[in-house]
Design a protein. Structure first.
Length: 186
């Protein structure tokens, strides 16, 4: 198995354990055991649990960074904001285990260096969606649209339905909020 595949396997197993058991309750030894490798082999790729989490965000949050870069080059109109939500919805679905980790390990995220970067990404997305000169209620709608996507994905994960149908329903509600905020505005 190549070094890249081993790194990916370590990330996948660690993310699953962190999300299921919690970051603090998961040790590097347990990760190594689940991978059926020695702790030394694990150390070859990652020196700490935080190194694993940092690598997860570097690798799996890249689509969010690309979305932000794209959005910054677009007009700040309704169509752009709806497209940002659509693309972000897909990104959330594709990175569901990472977002589950964030949701389940909020205290840890505040302590890890990558937590600040994650928060900065969310703030940037909020800035892209919000209309600073709009009435406060419309600013709340635009901000709430982003959080609806996060909360909806987390809160509805156990509802029996097709995951794609859930994603589309959550997206529809988020887009309705932003569209309502833009009514009557040019």
């Amino acid at each position: 198995m190549s070094r890249g595949n081993t790194r990916q396997r370590i990330q996948d197993v660690a993310l699953e354990l962190f999300a299921r058991r919690g970051y603090e309750k998961t040790s590097l030894r347990e990760i190594a055991e689940h991978l059926d490798v020695t702790k030394a082999a694990l150390y070859y790729h990652f020196k700490s649990k935080e190194d694993i989490v940092i690598s997860l965000f570097e690798d799996r949050a890249r689509p969010i960074d690309e979305l932000i870069d794209w959005a910054k080059g677009q007009p700040a109109d309704l169509e752009t904001k709806l497209e940002v939500l659509r693309r972000y919805s897909e990104t959330l679905q594709n990175a569901a285990p990472l977002h589950r980790f964030v949701q389940e390990n909020q205290a840890t995220m505040r302590e890890l260096s990558v937590g600040e970067t994650f928060k900065d990404r969310l703030k940037t997305l909020l800035d892209i969606l919000r209309m600073p000169d709009a009435p406060l209620t419309d600013q709340v709608r635009c901000s709430a649209a982003l959080f609806t996507m996060h909360a909806g994905a987390f809160a509805l994960q156990d509802i029996e339905s097709d995951p794609e149908d859930r994603r589309k329903a959550i997206l529809e509600v988020a887009q309705e909020m932003v569209t309502t905020a833009h009514r009557g505005r040019s």
